[in-house]
Design a protein around this ligand. Structure first.
Ligand code: FEO
Length: 169
């Protein structure tokens, strides 16, 4: 049986991962409206990844005999009106998620749940990858500035991203 405090943190994080899915879906809408189909694809993949992150925790909590509580998902707000501003928000959000995973690990450590720590290790590595990918796009967007042709080239590049179902844990 999983510790109640840790269970509450897992439930909170399941909600945050679903919120991430929702936030990226809202960003996808922005890029659909701009007709930047490569960015749309990038966010499509991001949406699927966040769903997988949420379900990974959902399944784990169930496997551990925990009680799953689905909470209301906050309305996502896209901050900014340019691809650059939106990717700045993506990075801020991923940094927030990283801090949440670190917090979950702190609680797992506090209640001496080594199995949960081992499980959460996957999420920690995933966050390093997420932040690095987003920082890469952000750096390119900074270089691009107002150059529309360069933006279309990046859009072409982002169209090649594909979703791979992650093996979590
Ligand atoms: Fe599930 Fe992008 O963190």
């Amino acid at each position: 049986m999983i510790n109640e405090k840790l269970q509450a943190e897992f439930n909170e994080q399941i909600n945050k991962e679903f919120f991430s899915e929702y936030l990226y879906l809202a960003m996808k809408v922005y890029f659909q409206e701009q007709n930047l189909q490569g960015f749309v694809n990038w966010f499509d993949v991001q949406v699927q990844e966040e769903h997988a992150h949420a379900m990974g925790m959902f399944d784990y909590l169930n496997e551990r005999g925990g009680s799953i509580e689905l909470k209301a998902i906050e309305k996502p707000v896209v901050e900014g009106n340019t691809p650059l501003e939106i990717f700045e928000q993506v990075l801020r959000h991923e940094e927030f998620v990283t801090s949440r995973i670190n917090h979950l690990m702190d609680v797992a450590e506090e209640v001496k749940d080594r199995a949960a720590l081992h499980f959460l290790d996957w999420y920690l590595k995933e966050q390093v990858e997420e932040e690095s990918t987003v920082s890469g796009v952000l750096a390119t967007l900074k270089l691009i500035g107002d150059d529309k042709k360069a933006l279309l080239l990046l859009d072409k590049d982002l169209a090649t991203r594909t979703f791979v179902q992650p093996v979590i844990g």
